[in-house]
Design a protein around this ligand. Structure first.
Ligand code: HEC
Length: 549
């Protein structure tokens, strides 16, 4: 019996003795995953690590392997302090002398060594001795793990591989783009035009010399072309019906056609079922165009350009709490359509103003049906000093036709109302301000010129520039991240490469700056509050500098 199996049997025996159901092999790997990702041992106790000579103790999540070896298990490659990969294709194969033909970023900075087996691997983790019997660098902590925990970690590392991702073949990478049934049909067409054109262009580009990682070819068996050179195959997954049924639809689509990542996509108020699907299947959800993105603390695979209307709610709350408080205003009234994106935004704003001496009332209008005037629409006619409208252009236009401008301060969601194209007549503009989680139009210049030029060169009609520019940006970021991945077609590695490259990006489309640290999901984190500059036209000016609430 191999030691892994033996340890697994021991682990089963221990768990059985503790009166718990006996897990199968994959359950053991799951116990290992909790150690690797969260620093939680099978019994629930925290993982303890010691960097021996330095005498530094690490505890629980701080000691977790993921902090150094990364989610993908592929480590990181920054100069002398490189963290080695611990995926199965590395650990259980010998490491040969350094390959000199790979790019520096993924060259092997580590000593040659024999392949690990389960016994020497357990020794490396417990005592910091490598497969050759040499001590590992002190940066690698020593973990005093019992047999059950070691069996769990080893089982997890055996299953951790960078070449078993769904939707990857020798020649192609499969992607899906998701459109929810409530998505705006015009934006949908605009987004699909960009995606289809970009994919065609990628597929007709000449092959670039493929970067080879030090493990590729010579040691583990090359998988052929690096991931950057593979054909992209894009699948359109149109969801239908109620959001509660989307998850099942996604599972069916995925079973029929596995995909490596979701690229862009279009939704409005509901995206949680898609996000849940991505996290469950370790499929990156790569910059979809959605208004209410919600990311949980444990989530890893979902990245968005911004937090959408939830960011707007925080920007408006901040403006109210600072500016409007000074003016003596203390009552806020929010209006939104039930089930639309404004519902979640209004909840965030309400929470943000709690404990700040503002009375907030929220009015939910029916999901559908024309509204004639605010007075008609709102059940309780009392007025508030500050009005926040989470409404779409057609509702705003209807109100502006029938109502006099609200007497007090008016805030609008820029995203929902159409940004500088919000249909506000001159009389409504005087007191109106918009949340604006993008760079100002007059400053977007160069960052956006490239996308504009690409759209025009490709004869793509501009129907929703922001959605189309974001979609184009998502495509270029995907392409750039894949170029850094050599032949590691791993979804987690895609996210890790993205985190590294975003900081240095100068073409950032609608956003002044993009960055994603580990555990972050929103690449642009701030915005402006703007007002209209003139009674007519689309010129806006910022009331305050770029603010990260
Ligand atoms: C604080 C950072 C850090 C943490 C946390 C950490 N490691 Fe390491 N690990 C390293 C470094 C650095 C090395 C390389 C040491 C060397 O090359 O001498 C290493 C090496 C290894 C090796 C040997 C790889 C080889 O090719 O020889 C294994 C196996 C390993 N770690 C597994 C783990 C496991 C499992 C955990 C969690 C229980 C973990 N590490 C946690 C930094 C870390």
């Amino acid at each position: 019996m191999r030691i892994g199996q033996r340890l697994a049997v021991i682990a089963c025996a221990l768990l059985a003795a503790a009166g718990r159901p006996v897990p199968n092999r994959s359950d053991i790997a799951q116990l290992g995953e909790a150690i690797y990702l969260h620093g939680v041992l099978p019994g629930g106790a925290p993982l303890e690590g010691t960097q021996s000579r330095m005498g530094i103790h690490q505890h629980g999540a701080d000691a977790a392997c993921v902090n150094c070896h990364q989610r993908s298990g592929l480590g990181s490659h920054e100069g002398a302090s490189a963290i080695p990969p611990v995926t199965s294709e590395y650990l259980f194969h010998p490491r040969l002398p350094e390959a000199h033909d790979g790019p520096a970023a993924i060259a092997n900075p580590h000593r040659p060594r024999a392949a690990y087996n389960d016994e020497t691997l357990a020794r490396a983790i417990r005592s910091g001795i490598d497969s050759e019997g040499r001590p590992l660098n002190d940066l690698m902590p020593r973990f005093d793990l019992d047999d059950a925990s070691i069996a769990a970690v080893v089982a997890y590392l055996r299953e951790l591989a960078s070449h078993r991702s769904p939707g990857v073949t020798e020649a192609a990478l499969h992607f899906a783009t998701i459109v929810t049934p409530d998505a705006d049909p015009v934006a949908r067409r605009g987004m699909l035009d960009v995606l289809e054109r970009y994919v065609t262009q990628h597929n007709s580009a000449p092959l670039k010399p493929s970067p080879s990682s030090w493990a590729a070819g010579r040691q583990v068996g090359a998988t052929g072309a690096g991931v950057a050179n593979r054909h992209w195959q894009l699948h359109l997954w149109e969801l239908s019906g109620a959001p509660e049924t989307w998850r099942a639809q996604l599972e069916r689509q995925f079973a029929a056609q596995p995909v490596f990542a979701l690229l862009s996509g279009l939704g409005t108020a509901q995206w949680a079922p898609v996000q849940g699907f991505c996290e469950q299947h370790a499929v990156p959800c790569f910059f979809p165009n959605v208004e209410v993105p919600i990311a949980g603390e444990q989530d890893f695979y979902s990245v968005y350009f911004s937090e959408g209307v939830l960011l707007e709610a925080q920007l408006i709350a901040r403006a109210i709490a600072s500016g409007d408080a000074d003016s003596g205003a203390s009552t806020v009234r929010q209006v939104y359509r039930r089930g639309d994106s404004g519902e979640a935004a209004a909840a965030v704003l309400t929470t943000a103003l709690q404990g700040r001496n503002f009375g907030v009332t929220n009015d939910a209008l029916p999901a559908e049906g024309a509204i004639r005037s605010l007075n008609d629409a709102l059940a309780r006619g009392h007025s508030a000093e500050i009005l926040v409208l989470w409404l779409r252009p057609h509702d705003l236009a209807a109100l502006a036709r029938h109502d006099a401008p609200p007497p007090g301060r008016l805030y609008l969601s820029g995203i929902m109302s159409g940004l500088e194209n919000a249909p506000l007549p001159p009389s409504w503009r005087a007191n109106a301000a918009l949340s604006y989680p993008f760079e100002l139009p007059q400053r977007r210049g160069v960052q956006l010129d490239y996308a504009r030029g690409w759209l025009s060169f490709n004869h793509i009609p501009v129907v929703d520039l922001q959605v189309q520019a974001d979609t184009y940006l998502a495509c270029t970021l995907l392409s750039d991240a894949l170029k850094l991945m050599a032949d590691h077609a791993s979804g987690a590695y895609l996210i890790e490469q993205l985190q590294g490259l975003l900081e240095h990006r100068s073409l950032t489309g609608y956003y002044p700056h993009l960055a994603l640290a580990t555990h972050q999901h929103f690449a642009s984190k701030g915005g402006y509050i703007v007002r209209f500059d003139t009674p007519q036209g689309t010129s806006v000016v910022a009331n305050s500098p770029w603010t990260v609430p």
